[in-house]
Structures are given as structure tokens and as C-alpha cells.
Design a protein around this ligand. Structure first.
Ligand code: IPM
Ligand code: MG
Length: 364
């Protein structure tokens, strides 16, 4: 097994370091190779996704990714910005299925901004289509308007589009995931306004005919945004397009207390995948040793489960994370009165200790 390690920018390097430490104490046989990506790769090679990094990711069995981006690159032309690295990896590796579980750990019920009773026991899975939609649709650009409200004015445009096979394959991923859970899928669209999402709704409905044992519900995206904060536990699997999924997955993350807890998997059609925390590079806290490494550590667990067929090792990581939370250890983003505030490295130490059977000491 070969794992490509792409730490990226900002807190990416700190959190990935802890996840790699955790992987290394599991006594599994794998090889790792690390490469630059994002702003770090731009500085060193003049491109956020150098050919060598892409080749490494393509050759590996799985990719563990940190985060990319920094405000200092906002003025660069789009093709050279750090975000292009993750978009390029998704596109070139064909990672069309993005799984973002939002799980509210019992120990963190009070870290949510919602009332504890609304989020206690929350366990939803957002499945975001990741290689289509307005993110990748062509044409896009700037031009002089020939029609519209202001002919002759400068304008910008993007293209929202989905093909039937793109919708079919993500719908299958959602229905199959639902079979392993509570057998309920909510497909989120904007069919009342957008042609693309009327088509989405039609195709999802057709695919559903093959899954009579799974309940399918359709919901407009604005309503879904509202229901997610009103009654989040009513959802099980949520399937949606690239842009709506980007937005709703951040919202769902906050229900659980902190986006610093949420892992993600981006899979191709053979279940080869890229694993990354759902959060970004957080340049404001980079280098301070305070970032929460748990989302990345849990992403490593997803990697073992989905791409490397090591479910038992994944369970060990997930139980260890539960153990450190039960022991009262918290990074700043999930800290509350009566718990022990720790830094990135101490949190990594604690997970390693929990896996190797050592005791975790707390100072509560
Ligand atoms: C995400 C991020 C990315 C996205 C950015 C960094 C390009 O927000 O993974 O959700 O929009 O997909
Ligand atoms: Mg996002």
C-alpha cells in the first residue's frame, strides 16, 4: 500500500503530521511519500499542483490531504491559486463522490451552537457530487454583455451543468450508502428555478426505482438550509450537487460543534480516494500549534476503511478519538468550561496513547 501525503498550507502541515503519527503506531504495512501542494508548491515550483505531485497522487492507493490556501495568494491569476490544487486533484483523479459525515459526539453536544437536544445523537452523511456543476462547467469567464439588463457592460459568467451519467453515479452512491444506514435519502435541488436541478431531480427519481427499500425525499436547497438548523436529526443521507454540497456541508459541520472534527472522503469509481478534513487551511492560527488535528486523524480512519480495506484499524482510531474526548481533552475550537485545553501535538499524543493502550492524563 502506498499513501501519498499532501500536507499543503497553513495548519495543513501541523494536522497531517499528527495523523501520520497515528497511522504509524497501527503496525500496518504501508509506504508513504510526501509532496508539496497548494501555496507551498507554488512557492517551490511555481504551480499549486506540480506534475510530480499529481503523478504521486495518481500512483498511490490513497491520498491524505491537509488543506490549501492563504489570503496572500488571492491576487494571483486563478490558475495559480492554491485552491486549484484540490480542484485539479478532484478532476484528474475522477473523485466524483465526496462523503462528509456530520456526527455529533456525545462528549461535544454542548459545543454546538444549537440546543443540545437538537443535535444529541446527530449522525448525517452529506454526499456531495464533486467533479461537475458550476465548479467545472464551461464556458466561464468575463466578456462584454451583448444582452441582459446592461448590454455593453462588463460581465462575468459560469456554467451550471450536469449530465445524466454524472447524476446517476452519485445517486447510486447515495442509495447504497443509505442501505448501510437508516435507508433514507434526501436529494437537495433547486428544481423550482434551475433546469439543471429539475434534470437532477428527474434522474435521481429514476435511479431510485432500483432501490425500493430506500425512502427518497426531494428538498429545495433553501429549505434544506433551514431544516438543517431546525431539525437536523430528520436527515440521514443527503445527496446534492457540487455547489449546494459545498455550502450545506459547512452548515452541517457547525451543527456538530466544530468543523475541526469533520473528516471527508472523496472517492473515484473504484473507491480509490483522497481524504481530507472538511475545514480549510486557517492561516490565522497556522504555526501556533493550536489547530484541532482530529478531523485529519478521522480522515485517516476513513482512508483505512474505504480505500485500504483496514476496517479494524479504522475502528481503533475512531475509538481512540472517543477516548480522548471522554478524557476531557479539547483543542480551543471545542473547549468548554471544565475540560482541558490542549494543543495540536498534545491532542496527537493523546490519540497515539489511546491506541497504544497508555493512560491519558488530564488536569480537569
Ligand atoms: C471544500 C472547499 C473547496 C471547495 C475550496 C477550497 C476549493 O471549500 O472542500 O469544501 O469549494 O470545494
Ligand atoms: Mg467548502
Amino acid at each position: 500500500m502506498k499513501i501519498a501525503i499532501l500536507p499543503g498550507d497553513g495548519i495543513g502541515t501541523e494536522i497531517v503530521e499528527q495523523a501520520v503519527r497515528v497511522l504509524n503506531v497501527l503496525d500496518l504495512h504501508f509506504e508513504t511519500e510526501t509532496a508539496l501542494v497548494g501555496g507551498a508548491a507554488y512557492e517551490a515550483h511555481g504551480h499549486p499542483l506540480p506534475e510530480s505531485t499529481l503523478k504521486l497522487a495518481q500512483a498511490a492507493d490513497a491520498v491524505l490531504f491537509g488543506a490549501v490556501g492563504d489570503w496572500k495568494y488571492d491576487k494571483l491569476e486563478r490558475a495559480l491559486r492554491p485552491e486549484q490544487a484540490i480542484l485539479g486533484l478532484r478532476k484528474h483523479l475522477g473523485l466524483f463522490a465526496n462523503l462528509r459525515p456530520a456526527l455529533c459526539y456525545p462528549q461535544l453536544t454542548h459545543a454546538s451552537s444549537l440546543k443540545p437536544e437538537l443535535v444529541a445523537g446527530l449522525d448525517i452523511l452529506i454526499i456531495r457530487e464533486l467533479t461537475g456543476d458550476i465548479y467545472f462547467g464551461q464556458p466561464r469567464g468575463r466578456r462584454t454583455a451583448v444582452d441582459g439588463h446592461f448590454p455593453g457592460a462588463e460581465e462575468a459568467f459560469d456554467t451550471m451543468r450536469y449530465s445524466r451519467p454524472e447524476i446517476e453515479r452519485i445517486a447510486h452512491v447515495a442509495f447504497q450508502a443509505a442501505r448501510r444506514r437508516s435507508r433514507k435519502v434526501t436529494s437537495v435541488d433547486k428544481a423550482n428555478v434551475l433546469e439543471t436541478f429539475q434534470f437532477w431531480k428527474d434522474v435521481v427519481t429514476e435511479v431510485h426505482a432500483q432501490y425500493p427499500d430506500v425512502e427518497l425525499q426531494h428538498m429545495y436547497v433553501d429549505n434544506a438550509a433551514m431544516q438543517l438548523v431546525k431539525a437536523p436529526k430528520a436527515f440521514d443521507v443527503v445527496v446534492t450537487g457540487n455547489m449546494f454540497g459545498d455550502i450545506l456541508s459547512d452548515e452541517a459541520a457547525m451543527l456538530t460543534g466544530s468543523i475541526g472534527m469533520l473528516p471527508s472522503a472523496s472517492l473515484d469509481r473504484h473507491n480509490k480516494g483522497l481524504y481530507e478534513p472538511s475545514h480549510g487551511s486557517a492561516p490565522d492560527i497556522a504555526g501556533k500549534g493550536v489547530a484541532n488535528p482530529l478531523a485529519t486523524i478521522l480522515s485517516a480512519a476513513m482512508m483505512l476503511r474505504y480505500s485500504l480495506q483496514q476496517a479494524a484499524a479504522a475502528d481503533r482510531i475512531e475509538s481512540a478519538v472517543q477516548a480522548v474526548l471522554s478524557a476531557g481533552l479539547r483543542t480551543g475550537d471545542i473547549w468548554s468550561e471544565g475540560t482541558t485545553r490542549v494543543g495540536t501535538r498534545e491532542m496527537g499524543d493523546a490519540v497515539v496513547a489511546a491506541i497504544t493502550g497508555k493512560t491519558i492524563t488530564t488536569r480537569t
